[in-house]
Design a protein around this ligand. Structure first.
Ligand SMILES: O=C(O)C(=O)C[C@H](O)[C@H](O)COP(=O)(O)O
Length: 212
């Protein structure tokens, strides 16, 4: 497994962040580090994503910063040029995955079906996102579907929270979980980075308790 993806496994919970204003990137990066979740999947849902990645990557070398919601190879280039260390996509876009693999960029595309998983395996991936996790059957679906693919690890994202994350993290099919509950838009909008740090600390504790 790629080193960046191994790091996902160590961190355990990957904060999925939506930033409307790049001015929030620095305080958010600090809150994530101080909160013990030194990682950010900055989604390309907003115009501020690229600049936010640049700021976080420059200010915090210890923060694992990547791009989420990547839908085009042009966004892959923009993200990586800004300092993104990984690419996450909601779906299995073969063009994006191959583009990343050709350039040795760690990539984690979303899947929900065995057919998509087998395409991902054919491309040589050993980790996939399972998105949207809860509406697609959650942990039961991962256990049932994942049984057939013994070496594949999943990063479920979508509908995961501080309660249901516990069972996900206990399952050996799960490398890490993605989620936004500790970096909610309203907390960012209010500039409440102390709250974000506190929520991250709680999440990091959950990771520790499930790995003990
Ligand atoms: O757009 C993408 O590529 C995404 O990754 C979507 C996010 O993963 C989910 O929206 C996070 O899910 P929540 O934790 O339920 O907020």
């Amino acid at each position: 497994m790629n080193d960046v993806l191994k790091k996902f496994g160590e961190i355990g919970i990957i904060p999925v962040v939506v930033l409307n204003d790049a001015k929030d990137a620095e305080p958010l990066g600090k809150a994530l580090i101080d909160g013990g979740l030194p990682c950010a999947e900055v989604t390309f849902r907003t115009e501020a994503a690229e600049e936010s990645i640049r700021i976080m990557a420059e200010k915090f070398p210890e923060l694992l910063v990547g791009a989420g919601t990547v839908l085009t190879t042009e966004q892959v280039d923009r993200a990586v040029n800004a300092g993104a260390k990984f690419i996450v996509s909601p779906g299995l876009n073969l063009k994006i995955v191959q583009y990343c693999l050709d350039k040795d960029i760690p990539v984690c595309p979303g899947v929900v079906t065995p057919g998509e998983i087998e395409k991902a395996l054919e491309l040589g991936l050993d980790v996939v996102k399972f998105f949207p996790a809860e509406p697609s059957g959650g942990l039961n679906m991962i256990k049932a579907m994942g049984a057939a693919y013994t070496k594949l690890k999943f990063m479920p994202t979508g509908g995961i929270n501080a309660v249901n994350v516990v069972d996900y993290l206990k399952c050996d099919k799960i490398l890490a979980c993605g989620g936004s509950w500790m970096v909610k838009g309203d907390m960012i909008a209010a500039g409440d980075f102390d709250k974000i740090k506190e929520m991250c600390l709680q999440a990091a504790e959950i990771v520790k308790s499930t790995r003990a």
